[in-house]
Design a protein around this ligand. Structure first.
Ligand code: GLN
Length: 450
């Protein structure tokens, strides 16, 4: 049914980069066979899922939204896709994304933008916009994304679905094409909080293949989503993010969500996080710095595209030609920014300073969680914007992640849950929780979900 739905609507939504009916149906038959043989595959066996095209998959291509990886076939599965396969989830296909996950709209994809199912002239958010669009358009009941600065929560918010950034290290980065390794966090998309929790639980947990993987039990997220109450919980409204910067419709839905929390028995207090306002600036030094290093591996030799290798050119020339043609403008911008910020003479002033700001943001969270159990804010300052509106204005694009980035810098858990419409477009409520307090975010999200 989902393959049929994809065939019917993806010409317009363009959520998918790769769909292969035969491979999907073969996987489904294999799950049937394993079940018939008496294997206990758990609660999501047979459920179809779409994966962001940043997760390697051994039976499907993986492009990270870039021309530089066109035609590359990964020889192995990421931990996330492997674990989900092992538990009987069936892969519907690979979804569109901003190139190397750099962006907030999918307009930086080398393969053209995805469209928001609520209004096809608008963006579905990004960078995991194909995954959010697929779930919002009923092409898939579940999907995966990665969140480096907001790329799960922001697309979830603007397409009216649930998206969760787990605690950093709670989900494995093994086999996830790297953008900024100290920030990248795989997580789930679903149409309700319990579905997201079920998916979260299946792919999470320690992985020896990822050196930053947390060796701790998976927080009890499914139990928390089922519990769905906020009675007696202390909820902090981030002063710096309430109202300020958000458009009126978003601010109104946020205020109503806070009232709802109060009416459900939560104790709401205002909390000041004075350094959150600097998080965006620090992120745009740290993320490009790490990206400039990670993307050095695309050298025309190891993967995918190779340009100008006709026997007359040196390896260095082939590398330069390949990178010039294979990377899009936003990726080049980030490589230049990052190389500059890391260069000797500038390192302390830019990268070093940004890391200090990161520590201050962490202290804000620590102080806040001495007073409250969770923090709330709008997920994004605006609803879905029109395709094309921000492509020539990188600063406007970067602002889409104003509220989501603090939790990335510090590794905290954070979820986005729908909290109504503004001018007919979805608005998201962000709930931030302590490191390894993912269950708390689910508990509050499930309580306010309508
Ligand atoms: N929009 C942010 C960026 O462009 C975040 C992207 C992400 O989370 N992958 O870097």
């Amino acid at each position: 049914a989902h393959l049929d739905r994809i065939a019917a609507v993806d010409g317009e939504v363009r959520a998918f980069l790769h769909v292969d009916r035969d491979t999907t149906l073969a996987q489904a038959r294999e799950v049937d066979r394993r079940r018939a043989a008496g294997e206990d595959l758990g609660p999501l066996a047979g459920v179809p899922i779409a994966h962001k095209d940043v997760f390697t998959t051994r039976d499907m291509p993986t492009t990270a939204g870039s021309k530089i990886l066109e035609g590359w076939r990964p020889p192995y599965d990421s931990t996330v896709t492997a674990r989900l396969r092992a538990r009987g989830l069936v892969i519907l296909g690979k979804t569109n994304m901003d190139e190397f996950a750099m962006g907030s709209s999918t307009e930086n994809s080398a393969f053209g933008p995805s469209h928001n199912p609520w209004d096809l002239r608008r963006v579905p958010g990004g960078s995991s916009g194909g995954s959010s669009a697929a779930v919002a358009a009923y092409q898939a009941p579940l999907s995966t994304g990665t969140d480096t600065g907001g790329s799960i929560r922001q697309p979830a918010a603007v397409t009216g679905i649930v998206g969760m950034k787990p605690t950093y290290g709670g989900s494995s980065r093994y086999g996830v094409i790297a953008f900024a390794s100290s920030l990248d966090t795989p997580g789930p998309f679903a149409r309700n909080v319990l579905d997201a929790a079920l998916l979260h639980e299946v792919f999470s947990g320690h992985d020896a293949m990822d050196s930053t993987s947390v060796d701790a039990p998976v927080p009890p997220v499914v139990e928390a989503a089922r519990r769905a109450d906020v009675n007696g919980l202390r909820v902090g409204v981030v002063k710096q993010f309430a109202g300020e910067g958000a458009e009126p419709g978003v601010a109104a839905r946020f205020d109503e969500a806070v009232e709802l929390l109060e009416s459900l028995g939560a104790k709401v207090v205002e909390v000041s996080c004075p350094h959150f306002s600097y998080a965006l600036s620090a992120y745009y030094l740290i993320a490009p710095s790490e990206a400039s290093s990670n993307l050095a591996r695309f050298d025309a030799m190891r993967y995918g595209l190779r340009v100008g290798d006709d026997g007359t050119r040196s390896a260095e020339e082939v590398m330069a030609l390949t990178r010039a043609e294979g990377f899009g403008p936003e990726v080049k911008r980030r490589i230049m920014l990052g190389t500059y910020a890391l260069s000797s003479g500038y390192y302390d002033a830019y990268y070093g300073k940004a890391q200090q700001v990161r520590t201050l943001v962490k202290r804000d969270f620590d102080t806040a969680f001495e007073q409250v159990d969770v923090l709330v804010s709008p997920t994004t300052p605006t609803t879905a914007f029109p395709i094309g509106e921000r492509v020539d204005d990188p600063m406007a694009m970067y602002l889409a992640d104003l509220y989501t980035i603090p939790a990335n810098l510090t590794g905290n858990a954070a979820i986005s849950v729908p909290c109504g419409l503004a001018d007919g477009l979805p608005v998201g409520l962000q709930i931030m929780a302590p490191v390894l307090g993912d269950d708390r975010a689910y508990r509050v999200a499930a309580a306010v979900e309508r």
